[in-house]
Design a protein around this ligand. Structure first.
Ligand SMILES: [Zn+2]
Length: 245
């Protein structure tokens, strides 16, 4: 069974429980005995963000499997090279974990997008773009994609701002005082691109110059319409601030 690990939990004195996402977008759990013992070989199979093939002889996804061995398929260890990458990585892990807590959601392409995001984060240095594309993908999958083609209230083409509550862009007539990105033409354009694009468009988006404005909006969108409060985002912000100062 091929899976990406997204969470680990201590279990008893020496054991670990790891949660992963398999290629069919199902959440699976393995108990790794002795993983916390000094010198344990099985500890190498509990690294978050890595892709493994775990030996698994039954297909019951609801029960806890016992780890019986496996192979490392791909390590994304370059993510650990920078604090900014680690902060974005934490956001990705939290998003996947929170999605997987909800049994009601049917995932489409979560493994594919998650593995792509990790690969790009590992190999490239457009961390905010990776997170932005992943957040936009999550919004789309949850059916809460922002409306970025004209005003969400009346369809008017000339839009002036983003209204999170209404669910997308608004025109001058439907604009409220607390709207985001008000008259910020560049940011509105970037937000539109981000919500139209997918990871396949990554190369052409590298020059986008994505800053935190659009990510703030996507985070608010996920909270307001998807009930996902992305706590790791605050750490990302503090890292970014300290890098500037
Ligand atoms: Zn309008």
């Amino acid at each position: 069974m091929r899976l990406i690990l997204f969470k680990q939990v201590d279990y008893r004195d020496n054991d670990l429980i790891v949660n992963g996402l398999d290629e069919n977008d199902r959440r699976v759990s393995f108990l790794i005995r002795g993983a916390k013992k000094a010198g344990s070989k099985s500890a190498a199979y509990s690294v978050l963000g890595n892709i493994y093939d775990f030996i698994c002889d039954d297909e019951d996804y609801h029960q806890m499997h016992r780890f019986k061995g496996g192979d490392l398929v791909k390590s994304n260890h370059h993510i650990m090279d920078s604090l900014l990458k680690i902060a974005v990585f934490n956001c990705l892990l939290e998003l996947v974990e929170k999605l997987c807590q909800d049994d009601e959601i049917t995932f489409h392409g979560l493994y594919k997008n998650f593995s792509k995001a990790l690969q790009l984060l590992d190999q490239d240095d457009h961390e905010l773009l990776v997170l932005g594309l992943f957040m936009a993908y999550v919004c789309e999958m949850l059916g809460i994609k922002p409306q970025v083609d004209g005003c969400v209230c009346c369809g008017e083409n000339r839009i002036v701002a983003l209204n999170i509550e209404e669910g997308g862009f608004v025109c001058q007539k439907h604009h409220h005082q607390n709207d985001e990105l008000y008259h910020d033409v560049e940011a509105l354009k970037t937000f539109r691109y981000l919500n139209k694009a997918e990871f396949a468009n990554y190369e052409s988006l590298r020059s986008l110059g994505l800053d935190f404005l659009c990510l703030h909006c996507l985070r608010k969108f996920l909270k307001q319409h998807g009930a996902i409060n992305l706590n790791s985002y605050d750490f990302l912000l503090s890292i970014a601030k300290s890098a500037i100062n």
